[in-house]
Design a protein around this ligand. Structure first.
Ligand code: C2E
Ligand code: CA
Ligand code: CA
Ligand code: CA
Length: 279
């Protein structure tokens, strides 16, 4: 038994060591990775439930690390936020998404909306508006092809600068989505005061929709709320037929999730568009 404890301890410290050394490796690498262009965007389709057609995609960042391989955002986005490097990443993501939209348009793939994820830090600087403005101008895309996903948390803890930046972005014609809707606390009054186009129902509600009555009720209430406020509503994390049928019955506008497709590289996404793959 003593042995067991010693082994457990050894195991934990080894794991902790590996985790922290991975962290060091990642944070050292992050700055260099930006310069070396080691990031890429994967795209996950969003589908309109009435037509079954792909209407857009969410761009999700991946890091092609020279030693670690494909690194998922949960491993480095928090780190990028802590170090402030996130603003450079966001800048890159916005440019890359705009360039991709342009490329797909030139290939005569139907005009597609691409959403990118932003972080709270991005709303602490006025530069964001400039970045977005420059990216859409440089790639000559229609501003309403670009959508920004902002978590409810960012909006709830907003400052006057956040509000000002959002208003400027909206004035450019960019669409704004509230991501992870329902997971940030308190008041819904921001829905009245913020320039928003879309609510995205968080995966945590969608997951147990067929087993948990309150998740189902919350989801239906969010869809009704969106309808009443003339907002679009998207359900994320739809993984199976039952969840899909629920969203259809509940009159949700769009879905996204593994049921139709995982996030895929740009060429693969273009392939789905070209083939006219439908739900
Ligand atoms: P998110 O914005 O909530 O993005 C959705 C996440 O759910 C993605 O994970 C996606 O792969 C996953 N997902 C989609 N459909 C399903 C499904 O049916 N089942 C399950 N289990 N998962 C599904 P991913 O790509 O690992 O991204 C994780 C988070 O990292 C994102 O959550 C977002 O908060 C952040 N992130 C990703 N890309 C960026 C980026 O470019 N910038 C910033 N600031 N954050 C990013
Ligand atoms: Ca998102
Ligand atoms: Ca989300
Ligand atoms: Ca989420």
């Amino acid at each position: 038994k003593k042995d067991g404890i010693a082994n457990t301890f050894k195991f934990y410290s080894l794991e902790l060591y590996q985790r922290s050394s991975e962290r060091v490796m990642l944070s050292n690498g992050l700055r260099r990775a930006i310069e070396r262009n080691e990031f890429c965007l994967f795209y996950q389709p969003k589908l309109n439930l009435k037509t079954g057609r792909i209407v857009g995609a969410e761009a999700l960042i991946r890091w092609q690390h020279p030693e670690l391989g494909l690194v998922m955002p949960s491993k480095f986005i928090p780190l990028a936020e802590e170090t402030g490097l996130i603003v450079y990443l966001s800048e890159w993501v916005i440019k890359q998404a705009c360039s991709q939209i342009r490329q797909w348009q030139q290939q005569d793939l139907m005009p597609i909306r691409v959403s990118v994820n932003l972080s709270g830090r991005d709303f602490k600087r006025d530069r964001l508006v400039e970045n977005v403005e420059q990216a859409i101008a440089a790639h000559e895309i229609a501003p309403n092809c670009l959508e920004l996903e902002i978590t409810e948390g960012i909006i709830v803890s907003h400052t006057s600068l956040t509000k000002e930046i959002l208003a400027k972005l909206r004035a450019l014609g960019i669409r704004i989505t509230v991501d992870d809707f329902g997971t940030g606390y308190s008041s819904l009054s921001y829905l009245r005061n913020f320039p928003i186009d879309t609510l995205k129902i968080d995966r945590c509600f969608v997951q147990n929709i067929d087993k948990n009555d309150s998740d189902a009720a919350i989801t239906m209430a969010v869809i009704d709320l969106a309808r009443a406020l003339s907002l679009e509503v998207v359900a994320e994390g739809v993984e199976n037929q039952a969840q899909l049928e629920f969203m259809k019955r509940a009159n949700c506008d769009c879905i996204q999730g593994f049921y139709f497709s995982r996030p895929v590289p740009a060429t693969e996404f273009a392939g789905m568009l070209a083939a006219g793959k439908i739900l």
